[in-house]
Ligand binder design. Structure first.
Ligand SMILES: *Cc1c(COP(=O)(O)O)cnc(C)c1O
Length: 392
């Protein structure tokens, strides 16, 4: 199997698994219990919280709230701030390219009486900064703009957005699920107030994540229960998951430079190899301001789903659209958002690389892809009609 779908999920690294494993059986205590077993679990949670804070440049461990993953963190930030600051204003801003965890939550906020502005991106997938600045109003209380896009990999000017929000006194949240481990992140330098991270995109298990909340930012809890996570996220702590996330974030930070340069080498070889060997292709998203792991490519005259199935038959796992939207027939809102027509959007494939990939994997994909495309295009009447070679 050649797995190139790391933006959908990653495997759990051995170092992460080994650190987490004892907390399932031998050290299974409840971190709220006051006996020795409980204190052991509490100590592990505290140590993990410290690692997570350090990995993103958070000044205090009390700024880290453990959650069940990226979706819950996004919900906690958006719903929590809207509830806490509604008295100050009811206008909130996001982008058209966000993950559904953010977009659908903003839609819900609109139903609850908040006014939402969706800022568009340019054809490269970068936020339109002029439109963003114009969208800000005196009653704007909250901005959520993703750090890096999960489909086309574009990295947004988070620093610039953070500065503007800070100056205007607006709470700024970023979904950094895809950025963590692939981009250097320092919440202080970036003026980020809230940030979502997910474990299963960075070699920890599924079902664990965190929300960073800068000291002084208010947010109401979206669930009620005990006093866990300082009352902001009640429920018995997922101790093994938390331990795993701490280790995964520490590893991500320690290995960042080596990881990024290895991924860029593979990503660029993949993109160049496809462009050299296959006609009628286009790269989606900015060429440079993109995740080191992402190659999202449109293949004209083919259905993305057919291409995906043919790749699967050759043992290659990739994705058409995001994992959340594949399975539905709607084209990706991100690809339409950067101006692709429906047909081109439907012929798009995301290859997302990770630490398990090798240069041989890239060679193999470049070797089998031209044949698959020739076969599929031979069956396409449009290809016959328009023919010729034109790479965009
Ligand atoms: C995967 C993903 C999420 C959702 O995270 P889960 O932990 O799966 O809930 C949110 N945002 C982005 C950008 C993602 O890629």
């Amino acid at each position: 199997m050649i797995y190139m779908d790391y933006s959908a999920t990653s495997y759990v690294k051995d170092e992460v698994f080994n650190e987490m494993a004892p907390y399932f059986k031998d050290k299974f205590g409840n971190a709220s219990s006051i006996h020795a077993m409980g204190r052991e679990a509490r100590k592990a949670v505290d140590a993990a919280r410290e690692k997570c804070a350090k990995a993103i440049g958070a000044k205090q461990t009390s700024e880290i709230f453990f959650t069940s993953g990226g979706t819950e963190s996004d919900n906690m930030a958006i719903r929590g701030v809207c509830a806490a600051y509604a008295g100050k204003g009811k206008h909130i801003i996001t982008s058209t390219l966000e993950h559904h965890a953010v977009l659908h939550t903003f839609e819900e906020m609109a139903k609850q009486g908040f006014e939402v502005t969706y800022v568009p991106a340019d054809e490269k997938g970068i936020l339109d900064m002029d439109a963003f600045k114009k969208a800000i109003r005196p009653d704007t209380i909250f901005v959520s703009i993703m750090f890096a896009n999960n489909e086309i990999g574009t990295i947004q000017p988070i620093n610039e957005i953070g500065d503007i929000c800070r100056e205007k006194g607006i709470v700024f949240h970023t979904d950094a699920v895809q950025a963590m481990g692939n981009v250097s992140i320092d919440v202080d330098k970036l003026n980020v107030d809230m940030m979502s991270i997910s474990g299963h995109k960075i070699y920890a298990p599924k079902g664990i994540g965190l929300l960073y909340v800068r000291k002084g930012i208010k947010f109401n809890p979206i669930t009620t229960g005990g006093s866990h996570e300082r009352g902001k996220r009640p429920g018995t702590e997922n101790v093994p998951g938390i331990v795993a996330l701490g280790k995964a974030m520490e590893l991500a930070n320690d290995n960042l430079d080596a990881h990024v340069s290895r991924m860029i080498e593979m990503r660029d070889k993949l993109i160049d190899g496809i462009f050299e060997n296959v006609p009628h292709v286009r790269l989606n998203g900015d060429r440079d301001k993109r995740l080191c792991t992402n190659a999202n490519i449109s293949f004209e005259y083919v259905e993305g789903e057919s291409l995906l199935l043919n790749l699967d038959l050759k043992g290659i796992c990739a994705s058409s659209g995001s994992a959340c939207t594949s399975g539905s027939l709607d084209p990706s809102h991100v690809l339409l958002g950067i101006g692709l027509d429906h047909q081109t959007a439907h012929g798009s494939i995301r290859f997302s690389l990770g630490d398990g990939n090798t240069m041989e994997d890239i060679d193999y994909v470049i070797e089998v892809l031209p044949g698959i495309l020739e076969n599929l295009r031979a069956m396409s009447p449009l290809y016959e009609l328009e023919g010729g070679v034109k790479n965009v």
